[in-house]
Design a protein around this ligand. Structure first.
Ligand code: ADP
Length: 517
């Protein structure tokens, strides 16, 4: 076996030695078993086996188009990536990192990339990995030792130059050992990865011809050195219109085929699809949407076989027969203006959401209470808000000793904790000022922006997601930081249509728009 194996000399020598050891040991059966498994693993590794690289960019373009609706910028970036790769003829192209909420097609894009290169594809999930050994394997003296996930991925691929997807690289835990990250750094570093050390294999593994692609929900938890190695491609939430197209052109045909149903047997009305997306799922991507369509297919399959029916049409009226009661209704805009309640917009790692901030003022001695879904950053925003309000109290005819004689309670009743940190500053300040002065806040308005002590409005991230959330909640008017105006121009009119978007620069402008007279 040794001489026939197509592998570097070093590997062959090692194998030779181990086979010798295997023949000569009079050790225990367990020990023999360990050596045997090791030999088998070495023989199975694709040391010198390669898959031919497809360099036809037009073919790649066809594949990407066929597999995905929309995502124009992402497809464009991937094609550029492939073009550069072909021209430089080097394996050491930058590592792509697809960042976006779950279900927005990251894994699916990576698969297409592999398909367009005509190479084997292996997905390695890094979610929850916290031990270097999971990346690099255990030494074979360790009971039940195995190669790490990377070496295993190569073995599964069967070639030394597959497409390896490192999924959820942001979920690698940094709990107690930084070693996990240094192992990943080595994997992704073109200077080092031609001699990757897997503890189990003991011989260097050449990863330099692997096309790595990574995914993440957020960049915030990825350490800087790792980020520096990657080229970031952002994928954002889908609009309702995009979801509709994706469902009709991709998800429904896929699920029908999976369930052995033809499109004559089962069809969906547009309204039905819209309702599934709107009332049975709440997500940035389309994963749950696909699952619900799958559920309908299952039920329909049974109905087709157990009844006389030959054709089923799912409409918005009979949808409940398939999926049961509606699961989500949106927290809609409040009916009437109220005191001390303001709608903010948040950006979470699963998409946008609205978040309602409530403030109560009661007699007390100047304490500030913060409760509900408040992160540390939000608490600081709240304090900045109070400082601002105190500084303008004269202008709003607030009594000089008001803050000594009252307690202020800020609460965020529900909703996810925002991932972009400080973007609720102006929302909190408005709610507080409304509570303190008794002036009501418009119910059909939402806002996002950070605040400085002097009441300047600072820019925020995730505008697209936030505006989508505002639309879902049937908000009419959205206040955004002036510095984000350019971002609005980049958004498709589908998102901005029907929303009055007002750029603001100072708290004064915010209050003028938000408070009812
Ligand atoms: P992620 O990896 O971002 O969590 P997936 O790639 O698993 O998401 O996508 C979930 C499902 O939605 C897959 O079946 C995928 O093919 C489909 N999908 C997502 N985006 C699109 C799109 N733009 N066009 C067609 N199908 C899509």
């Amino acid at each position: 076996a040794c001489s026939k194996l197509d592998a570097p000399e070093e590997v062959k020598e090692k194998l030779h030695k181990e086979i010798g050891r295997f023949k000569n040991t009079i050790g225990s059966q367990a020990e023999n078993g360990v050596i045997r498994t090791y030999i088998e693993t070495i023989l199975e590794m694709p040391w010198n086996k390669r898959a031919e690289d497809n360099t036809d960019i037009n073919y790649a373009k066809e594949v990407l188009e066929a597999d995905h609706y929309g995502l124009e910028q992402v497809k464009e970036r991937i094609l550029e990536f492939l073009a550069v790769r072909t021209l430089t003829q080097k394996g050491e192209s930058p590592i792509l990192c697809l960042v976006g909420p779950p279900g927005t097609g990251k894994t699916s894009i990576a698969k297409s990339l592999a398909r367009s290169l005509k190479k084997p594809f292996v997905r390695i999930s890094l979610g929850g990995v916290r031990d270097e050994a999971e990346i690099r394997g255990h030494r074979k003296t360790y009971v039940g030792a195995m190669p790490g996930r990377i070496a295993n991925g190569i073995r599964t691929a069967g070639v030394k130059n597959p497409v390896l997807l490192l999924d959820e690289i942001d979920k690698v835990s940094t709990d107690y050992k930084g070693d996990t990250f240094s192992a990943l750094l080595e994997v992704l570093d073109s200077e080092q990865n031609s001699k990757f050390r897997d503890h189990y294999l003991e011989v260097p593994l050449d990863l330099s011809e692997v096309t790595f692609i990574t995914t993440a929900n957020t960049l915030q938890t990825i350490p800087r050195p790792l980020l520096d190695r990657m080229e970031i491609i952002e994928i954002s939430s889908y609009t309702e219109n995009e979801k509709l197209h994706i469902a009709i052109e991709h998800l429904i045909p896929k699920q029908l085929e999976k369930h052995g149903i033809t499109n004559e047997q089962l069809s969906f009305s547009k309204k039905a699809i819209w309702k599934i997306a709107h009332n049975y799922t709440k997500e940035a991507g389309v994963r749950q949407l696909e699952r619900e369509i799958g559920n309908i297919c299952r039920k329909a399959a049974k109905e087709l076989l157990t009844t006389e029916k030959e054709k089923i049409t799912v409409t918005d009226r009979n949808l409940h027969k398939f999926l049961g009661k509606e699961k989500y209704s949106y927290q809609m805009a409040n009916a009437a203006p109220e005191v001390g309640i303001v709608r903010g917009l948040a950006w979470t790692s699963v998409g946008g959401d609205t978040l309602q901030i409530e403030v109560n003022v009661m007699p007390g001695k100047g304490e500030i209470m913060l409760t509900g879904q408040l992160g540390d950053v939000m608490k600081e925003s709240a304090r900045a808000g109070i400082s601002y309000i105190r500084s303008v109290s004269k202008k709003y005819a607030i009594a000089e000793d008001f803050f000594e004689k009252h307690d202020i309670h800020v609460h965020i009743p529900e909703g996810a904790v925002p991932k972009d940190g400080p973007s609720a500053g102006i929302t909190m300040a408005t709610a507080m000022l409304s509570a303190v002065t008794g002036k009501k806040v418009r119910a059909d308005l939402a806002m996002t922006g950070e605040i400085t002590l002097r009441g300047r409005v600072l820019p925020i991230g995730g505008l697209k997601e936030k505006l989508l959330a505002a639309k879902n909640a049937r908000i009419q008017t959205v206040l955004i930081p002036k510095e984000n105006t350019a971002d609005v121009e980049e958004l498709s009119s589908e998102i901005t249509k029907g929303l009055e978007i007002i750029p603001v620069e100072t708290m004064e402008e915010v209050l003028k728009k938000a408070l009812t007279r």
